[in-house]
Design a protein around this ligand. Structure first.
Ligand SMILES: Cc1cc2nc3c(=O)[nH]c(=O)nc-3n(C[C@H](O)[C@H](O)[C@H](O)COP(=O)(O)OP(=O)(O)OC[C@H]3O[C@@H](n4cnc5c(N)ncnc54)[C@H](O)[C@@H]3O)c2cc1C
Length: 489
């Protein structure tokens, strides 16, 4: 969907205001937005940024990083530069994974180096209390924090129970922090429901999508999880119903999630469910949507789901879920991401002899993210619901900021939050915040060993000189140079 262009005069006046004002109340109806979202079969390429009106100044490093101490900038610069050098990342990943380095003095040394570098850059601390301190400090710099208890997937009920305690504690910590400094508590359903059970539930849901007469006695009200084009290749034959043991485990998992949701409702703290790979995502969506129906009231979504826009069926599923939420009158919250499991998805699809569920080109993914974002902004501007745009992509940030200004959604009505990972795209975070938007950093916490898989993903994501972090590297280097000159002269 093309973004309408706002006259330069208005843009100039609005640039860098700390509050957003509605620019134009006569935006197209949601129906028109939906129609154009779905009609768009041949998405046009995103316009080059020089043709877009710019609502964000991402070039003035002095202004963007004014709240960041020089010592932090130096560490950020060093870590981002290190992750940009392929061989350094390879050695780092080898060291973090190597069995040789899993015991004794070598292990202590690797852990110590990892902690002082990658860990301190990408994570919020070893426990919820330290993470709380990190959140206070990002909050002083004008941002908010998403508290992420960095647990692993669970395979047994005992592990799920332990993880639940950690999530509940996270909500307690968030209550002890300055009001509104924590935007969300993040939950991974894979940490409170055994993985094998999530796979079974996903299989059963997929089979019901193939055969609507297939009865799932345990299934409660939910929003649509699939669309007509959703790939169902992972379920090749009719699955057996849940065994009594599985039904009991399913009830336990549901009780854990409801306990957490209730605590979040009491604390008025939104809970955001992360998305994982498609093997388990139908079950995750099921848990999310059925909880949203129970807990999202009035204009205030408490339970938010995540849509991965690298999936070809993302737009249709988002459309169906928002329409269904509208019909039953609940406010729905969505986080939009591109998606983090590209290679797993492609390999899995190939093993079934199916086409990858991921868009054929990255341009299609970019268009899908931008279209879904535009659709939700229009839909929620005057309707019920909230959107979190979780991206480091500057073009997507600019497009969404322009759209938000255009239709008057943003800081004023709290229906839009931008989000970036801790340690990534700080320039975009500060730029959006200084332009008047709410912006959160996704802040995982936990012992170094526990968050190691997360750190490995971040190292991979920033690998290579052309990685997305290139923009930040340049800007930080320039700002450090400026501070050095100012100190000398
Ligand atoms: C706050 C926050 C929360 C997140 N939560 C989740 C989550 O719950 N679940 C999840 O899966 N991910 C999550 N992510 C990660 C996210 O999905 C992305 O992996 C990451 O943010 C990079 O995408 P980007 O929007 O920042 O865009 P960019 O920096 O532009 O990254 C684009 C990347 O998209 C990938 N890509 C997508 N489609 C294609 C394609 N068709 N062809 C080639 N490459 C393609 C490539 O790897 C490319 O590097 C989260 C990210 C943030 C910031």
């Amino acid at each position: 969907m093309a973004t309408r262009v706002v006259p330069q005069k208005i843009i100039k006046n609005l640039r860098f205001k700390t509050t957003t004002k509605p620019l134009n109340s006569s935006h197209p109806s949601a129906t028109a937005a939906v129609a154009s979202l779905l009609e768009r079969e041949q998405p046009s390429p995103p316009q080059p940024s020089h043709q877009q009106p710019s609502y964000l100044d991402l070039n003035d490093g002095e202004r963007l990083f004014s709240a960041v101490p020089t010592s932090t900038l130096i560490r950020s610069s060093a870590v981002l530069h290190a992750t940009a050098i392929g061989p350094v990342v390879d050695v780092g990943i080898w060291a973090m994974q190597s069995k040789l380095l899993q015991t004794g003095i070598l292990k202590d040394a690797v852990m110590a180096v990892t902690k002082r570098t990658f860990y301190e850059h990408f994570c919020a601390g070893e426990d919820a209390i330290t993470a709380g301190k990190s959140i206070r400090s990002v909050n002083e710099a004008g941002l908010r924090g998403m508290l992420v208890f960095g647990v692993e997937d669970a395979h047994e009920n005992d592990g799920c129970d332990r993880n639940l305690k950690g999530f509940l504690h996270t909500v307690d910590v968030s209550k002890s922090l300055p009001p509104s400094s924590v935007s969300f508590v993040i939950v991974k359903i894979t940490a409170i429901c055994p993985m094998a059970l999530l796979e079974r539930i996903s299989d059963l849901l997929r089979w019901q999508q193939k055969d609507p007469s297939f009865n799932l006695p345990w299934k409660q009200d939910s929003l649509p999880i699939f669309s007509e084009s959703s790939p169902l290749y992972q379920t090749t034959k009719k699955p057996e119903p849940l065994t009594p043991q599985e039904e009991s485990d399913f009830q336990l998992a549901n009780q854990r999630l409801q306990q957490l949701c209730k605590k979040c409702v009491e604390a008025n703290m939104p809970i955001l469910v992360d998305a994982e790979h498609t093997t388990v995502q139908p079950a995750i969506d099921y848990f999310t949507y059925s909880s949203a129906i129970m807990h999202n009231k009035d204009d205030n979504p408490i339970v938010f789901g995540t849509i991965q826009t690298y999936l070809k069926d993302a737009k249709e599923r988002l459309f169906l879920a928002t329409k269904a939420a509208e019909k039953i009158g609940i406010p729905m919250g969505f986080k939009l991401v591109r998606g983090a499991y590209m290679s797993t998805e492609s390999t899995l699809a190939e093993s079934f002899g199916s086409k990858s569920p991921i868009h054929d080109t990255i341009k299609d993914t970019h268009n899908c993210f931008n279209d879904c974002s535009s659709y939700l902004l229009e839909k929620f501007a005057n309707g019920k619901g909230s959107v979190v745009l979780a991206t480091h992509n500057i073009e997507s940030g600019k497009l969404a900021a322009a759209k938000a200004y255009e239709i008057g959604i943003g800081k004023v009505n709290h229906k839009l939050e931008f989000a970036q990972l801790c340690g990534m795209s700080d320039a975009l975070s500060f730029g959006l915040s200084k332009a008047g938007f709410r912006v959160s950093k996704y802040m995982p916490f936990g012992p170094v060993e526990m968050v190691m898989p997360y750190l490995l993903r971040r190292a991979e994501e920033n690998r290579g000189l052309l990685a997305a972090s290139g923009f930040d590297r340049q800007l930080i280097r320039r700002e450090l140079g400026r501070r050095l000159k100012a100190a000398i002269f």
